[in-house]
Design a protein around this ligand. Structure first.
Ligand code: NI
Length: 157
């Protein structure tokens, strides 16, 4: 994989916390309860999900860097999204992301070729490299920004 793509993932992970916060901070409490369809996540749930997902992802970067081909535990994100803390103000989760992403960026910028290619095994993804994990989480943030923009378009705000 060309180094330019790795740099692109790092850049996306660097920019995400600010980009995400700028998108969701202006929403009213009413807008935060909007969803694309009944049974889907509200914007508020999406924001808390992103924080939980990226806290979990922290291990998915660090385990393969420190163990040989470790398993990456999964979790039930829909059940997570029903926990009472998913109703908290957004700022609580938004405050988690900048430090977390700054750590990832510093870590990823330090990696050698050998480290980018270290592996782990995920239940659904199969065997993945550290690079693949970076690609997935760079995309994960963007996917949820797109999802929120879809909700906005549907509800006209
Ligand atoms: Ni997600």
């Amino acid at each position: 994989m060309p180094a330019a793509e790795r740099q692109q993932y790092i850049q996306m992970l660097r920019e995400f916390p600010e980009q995400f916060a700028a998108l969701v901070r202006p929403f009213t409490d009413e807008q935060l309860e909007c969803r694309v369809a009944e049974g889907e996540w509200s914007i508020r749930q999406i924001v808390h999900h992103v924080a939980d997902s990226h806290m979990n992802a922290n291990n998915r970067f660090r385990l393969p860097l420190t163990e040989d081909n470790p398993p990456l535990p999964g979790y039930d994100q829909d059940k997570y999204a029903l926990q009472p803390d998913y109703a908290l103000p957004l700022e609580i989760s938004l405050s988690i992301l900048p430090g977390l992403h700054a750590r990832w960026v510093a870590l990823l910028e330090s990696l050698t070729e050998e480290q980018w290619n270290r592996t782990a095994v995920h239940g659904e993804w199969g065997q993945v490299t550290v690079e693949e994990v970076a690609r997935r989480y760079a995309g994960h943030g963007i996917n949820h920004i797109n999802q929120i923009n879809t909700i906005r378009a549907k509800h006209g705000f």
